[in-house]
Design a binder for this molecule. Structure first.
Ligand code: SAM
Ligand code: SF4
Length: 325
């Protein structure tokens, strides 16, 4: 569907939980967050109802996220059901990969279209320092398993000066020998992310060119969002750069978000949106629900303003684990 600023909104990120089995330093404290109670979290029936409404409005692609989506019971069943909804062309998942190895076959059978795996280090000790959990082997094994199953895989690496500056080229090397894309994401000053220094995409490209020679920008579209892709002649896969900070892409933003407790978020940076849980749990008809979502999406804000937000109202105070990334 088209919003008031003429953007085609055809992608939704649905967070299915705010629980997580890692404690990434830029996302959570060691103690974790105060979790939403089970009653507050949308049931699968409620999520399916929203998916049907947004599909009628023109949303074509759905990303399942969290917290860590694979910790929610019967998540594969939900994915299978969403895949059957008319109008939904693609269902993908973003995960930390900890439980992925053991769930890969079921996800494949459910028809998952692609999986994004977050991985910020290829060094076990550093992985532990960043995530506070010793789970590197699980993630490593899962990537190979998905490649064997021929599932489209992307590695998402959050580039942080204090932690993985010296590993950027090595992580990119994953796509030299494998047909998978490695994407570097600029750190956003949200929640604990404010405590660290991101690495701009220009610097990343420089590091990669120093190591591997020249990368050419490609024009083909390779995913749901704003990543700009580059190719090196000696690489099997592509390198993606996601520059929310250095190269704002709000004018072409195509997405909205649904939090685990049913809040339809229209922009990452603002807490504005609508509480769909309240509506779902009233006697609202599907038609009324669809109309309400339509009106909200039409009024999606122009964009974020991360480094100049002191005088702006409705700034989001939640952390990424509560929003879904
Ligand atoms: N647990 C899953 C995972 O880690 O992929 C899904 C949820 S996680 C919140 C989604 C993504 O948000 C991860 O790739 C993570 O690196 C990213 N993220 C978390 N905090 C961030 C920040 N401050 N800036 C940019 N990305 C962030
Ligand atoms: Fe968990 Fe993902 Fe946040 Fe890491 S980034 S703590 S894996 S939700």
């Amino acid at each position: 569907m088209i919003d008031k600023l003429n953007r085609n909104i055809e992608y939704i990120r649905i967070s299915v939980t705010d629980r997580c089995n890692l404690r990434c330093i830029y996302c959570m404290s060691e103690e974790g967050i105060e979790n939403i109670s089970h009653e507050e979290i949308l049931s699968y029936d409620e999520i399916i109802r929203i998916c049907k409404c947004v599909a009628n409005l023109g949303i074509k692609r759905i990303k399942i996220t969290g917290g860590e989506p694979l910790v929610r019971k019967d998540i594969v069943k939900l994915i299978k059901e969403i895949k059957l909804i008319n109008g939904i062309e693609e269902v993908t998942l973003t995960t930390n990969g900890v439980l992925l190895y053991e769930m890969a076959d079921d996800l494949y059978e459910a028809g998952i279209d692609a999986v994004n795996i977050s991985l910020d280090s290829l060094d076990r000790e550093k992985f532990f320092k960043i995530t506070r959990r010793d789970k590197f082997e699980n993630v490593f094994k899962a990537i190979d398993k998905l490649i064997d199953l021929n599932v489209r895989v992307k590695i998402n690496c959050l580039a942080i000066k204090e932690h993985n500056f010296d590993e950027i080229a090595k992580i990119a090397g994953y796509s030299k020998y494998n047909n998978i894309d490695v994407r570097f994401i600029e750190l956003m000053p949200i929640g604990y992310g404010k405590k660290y220094t991101g690495i701009s995409n220009d610097i990343i490209l420089g590091l990669l060119e120093d190591e591997y020679g020249s990368f050419k920008k490609v024009s083909e579209k390779r995913g749901n969002g704003p990543a700009v892709y580059y190719k090196n002649d000696y690489f099997k896969g592509y390198i993606g750069l996601i520059s929310a900070i250095s190269n704002e892409f709000c004018e072409t933003c195509n997405r909205v978000r649904l939090t685990a407790n049913g809040f339809l978020k229209l922009c990452l940076h603002y807490n504005k949106g609508i509480d769909l849980k309240e509506l779902l749990r009233s006697n609202i008809t599907d038609e009324e629900l669809e109309n309400t979502i339509y009106k909200a999406i039409r009024n999606k804000p122009l964009g974020h303003n991360f480094y100049n937000d002191s005088n702006i109202e409705n700034i989001e105070n939640k952390s990424m684990v509560q929003i879904g990334g």
